[in-house]
Design a protein around this ligand. Sequence first.
Ligand SMILES: [Ca+2]
Length: 358
Amino acid sequence: MGGRDGEVDQWLGKIKCTRMKVYKLILVLIGITTIISCGNEPKSLSDLQSNFYEIQHNGLRLGDSLNVFFFKNPDLVDSVELTLNGKLVKNHIVMDSSNTHLGINNLKIKVYAGGSPILGETNVPILNSFKETPVEFEIVKEYPHPAELFTQGFFFHNNKIYESAGQYKKSKLVTYSLGFTNYSQEVKQDANLFSEGIALLNGKIYLLTYREKRALVYDVQTLKLIEEIPMPSEMKEGWGLTSDGEFLIASDGTQTIYFLDERLNVKRKIQVAGHQSVYTYINEMEFINGKIYANVWTTNFVLVIHPETGAVERYYDLTSLNQSTGSDDVLNGIASYGNNILVTGKTWNKIYELSEKK
Ligand SMILES: [Ca+2]
């Protein structure tokens, strides 16, 4: 009996072995099939030859549609999810003020094509549909400018020029009569402060500092320091400042303009964009007749910006006035003066009064 049992065991063993071989074969076949099918599955946007990242390079204008394409294997794409500034949008959507804003917009993509979703993220510049047009102007008059002043803030009020000057150890706030260079008032800031833009709001002058993260508040009559307020942490630096009578309007060297309340809380923001590009380095500003006039740092341009949208509608090319010697002495200073504007630059010896040709 023992012998027969041994034969049965051997026979059963053979069957087991054959089964194992079949299992192994099946596993190998499954493996090969998986490898073959995975090989066909797109794993990146470039596998699909998508134009997704080209959208950042080319930008979009208001009125354009957001078109994401897949030039290779489009039939493998089951569905596409697009998120613009955190909100789901449909592919081929037309860009307008209801779904986007001028300036840099965050765009994310999720492509379902068999395996795990393919993800992508980019920053798309949204540009204006209209071209900014040059302002035709003439120089009405020239006035002297105190050439020691490294102009950062500049406005005309109560028959006086109010001007802040920057640089460490040299920062100050002064007033003087147009046509003269002797100061009526002069307040120096601490040596470790670099003064920037100034603006008048409700009887107080607000003065930004460059990297010191605080604003100084002065009485407009006496230039006595009232208090210091921390600057909003989301502003990278302090650059230009103006006011529309309700809010302070501040720039920080980027393309963003911040609308601040009296306690310097950010109430809203815009980004400055024209037909061809987003404008960074927005510097000294002046709110004139419902528009923001702004210098672009190191250029001879003053932009005329819509305060709600950030659209650059017009621009002054002040190359003909430029006194820069190629160093820091760039155009920086715009003041409203009756129907005209006054412009100057850092350490320039002249202020120019410009009138627009109508
Ligand atoms: Ca100004």
